[in-house]
Design a protein around this ligand. Structure first.
Ligand code: ADP
Ligand code: MG
Length: 454
């Protein structure tokens, strides 16, 4: 068995990132092997959930490749003390090396958290309709923390799509607080790191220390908490930490890609707890804000761009700020490389793949027309309220294609479907993504539609 396991491990190692391998797969052990099944021991329930959710397919492939037959791979929790050999601690997921004893090391790192990005300040944040409320709320939080009056806004929950400035605003709050009072302990950590460190604490039996550390901060900022949703023990631990801090009057700041209410696999009581402070959404920037952001960032890069270029970019790159930055960086790199001044033609040429879908001219209308025709329903039904499956499914497929083939935001797509809420679009898109894996008929339909639209 051990030999087979070593080969399986080698397969797995080539199939995933080195860091992921070290964090999640290296600590696993083969427990039992028979003709049809390999049972794999995982140190904690949390890791088990994670591994089963993320690596089951990779496991199946590796195992059938090595054993030459289809075998079931099952996971079971095997606490470390019972396992034959102590699992290797996943030690390369931490950015810094631990110098002190394990407990002190963890504590020192936790207090350090991850460094705040010096570029992510309030001053560097361009506001417009899409984000002014979030900006105002974030600066209010910074003030409130310094004035010691957190109660009214705890937690501050900032949500919105990817690349819209959530992390930026969170760091800005951190900087602002530290600028006013550098005695305050501000801890910024991604939800992912929170999980990693919690597991480490479990493995080294130092959860008390882990908890103590969090109790010692004045402001706890956890980025992308959607990542914790549905993660069993870690989710519980997170909410304990969270409740403790809030009840001690410490400020908790959270970001997520969706509202507390829309978090999957989180108990109702926790959702309502998360939404019980100040909740705020950042939206995709509208064209004026995109213009302002481009101007500001071009200046920072020392990039001289004509009004025509800036307008062209603002018109065509619509989904998020990170893409605007990406486009600017690309222009800056190319301009430096070839020493060209950036004309409109140059920009169009360099950036054309970024908005291929616009260039191809696929519009939300096109997609709706094509989908309606394909499923022989009326376009009006895509906009209308009917919820029967034969209407609802094509509607979700159309939403999915709109998201995939255009750069329209969820709210924009929602408006094109009879004024539906963006969360409905998110839900629909996700539902289709999930089904594509299991439903081969649907996958084929979507493939045909995509081809017809391209
Ligand atoms: P999120 O956390 O919402 O995915 P980020 O905060 O990482 O997004 O933002 C992505 C990039 O866009 C960052 O480099 C950030 O500084 C920049 N950015 C986002 N919104 C703005 C804004 N309003 N003004 C200036 N830069 C912004
Ligand atoms: Mg972020």
């Amino acid at each position: 068995m051990q030999e087979l396991w070593t080969q399986i491990q080698a397969e797995l190692e080539t199939a995933v990132d080195a860091a992921d391998y070290a964090s999640w797969l290296a600590p696993l052990q083969a427990m039992r092997l028979d003709d049809t099944e390999l049972s794999v021991g995982v140190p904690t329930q949390f890791m088990l959930d994670w591994v089963a959710e993320n690596y089951q397919d990779i496991f199946n492939t590796a195992v059938s490749k090595v054993s030459g037959k289809d075998m079931a791979v099952t996971f079971c929790v095997v606490p470390i003390s019972m396992a034959s050999e102590k699992p290797k601690l996943p030690d390369n997921f931490l950015p810094e090396k631990i110098e002190a004893t394990p407990e002190e090391g963890i504590e020192a790192q936790l207090l350090g958290g991850t460094a705040l990005n010096p570029l992510s300040t309030f001053k560097a944040f361009v506001t417009g309709n899409s984000n002014a409320v979030a900006y105002a709320a974030a600066s209010r939080i910074a003030e409130a923390v310094c004035a010691g009056e957190t109660a009214a806004y705890n937690p501050f929950f900032l949500h919105g799509g990817v690349g819209l400035g959530k992390t930026h605003l969170m760091h800005a709050v951190g900087w602002e607080i530290l600028a006013k009072n550098d005695k305050l302990k501000v801890l910024y950590i991604s939800a992912e790191q929170f999980l990693f460190r919690f597991i480490r604490a479990l493995q080294s039996k130092s959860t008390l220390n882990f908890k103590e550390t969090f109790r010692n901060v004045d402001v706890l900022m956890i980025d992308d908490v959607q990542f914790i949703a549905g993660k069993g023990a870690t989710q519980e631990e997170f909410f304990h930490t969270f409740n403790t801090l809030v009840s001690m009057g410490k400020q908790v700041i959270l970001t997520s890609d969706r509202s507390p209410h829309d978090l999957d696999r989180v108990e109702e009581r926790l959702k309502s707890r998360l939404g019980s402070g100040l909740t705020c959404e950042v939206h995709a920037p509208e064209v004026e804000t995109r213009l302002a952001i481009l101007e500001q960032k071009a200046a920072l890069l020392g990039l001289e761009l004509g009004r025509d270029v800036i307008e062209f970019m603002a018109q065509n790159i619509v989904s998020n700020v990170r893409e605007l930055e990406g486009a600017l960086n690309r222009l800056a790199a190319h301009a430096k490389f070839v020493g060209a001044t950036i004309t409109l033609e140059f920009a169009q040429e360099q950036l054309k793949d970024l908005f291929r879908s616009q260039a191809k001219g696929v519009t939300l209308d096109d997609i709706q027309r094509q989908v309606a025709e394909f499923y022989t329903i009326k376009i009006a039904d895509l906009h209308g309220p009917r919820r029967q499956r034969q209407i609802a499914r094509p509607r979700q497929v159309a939403m999915y294609l709109c998201k995939k083939l255009t750069t329209r935001s969820f709210p924009e797509i929602g408006r094109a479907f009879g004024g539906r809420d963006h969360t409905t679009v998110m839900h629909g898109t996700k539902a289709v993504e999930k089904l594509l894996v299991s439903d081969s008929t649907l996958a084929e339909e979507v493939r045909l539609l995509e081809r017809a639209l391209s």
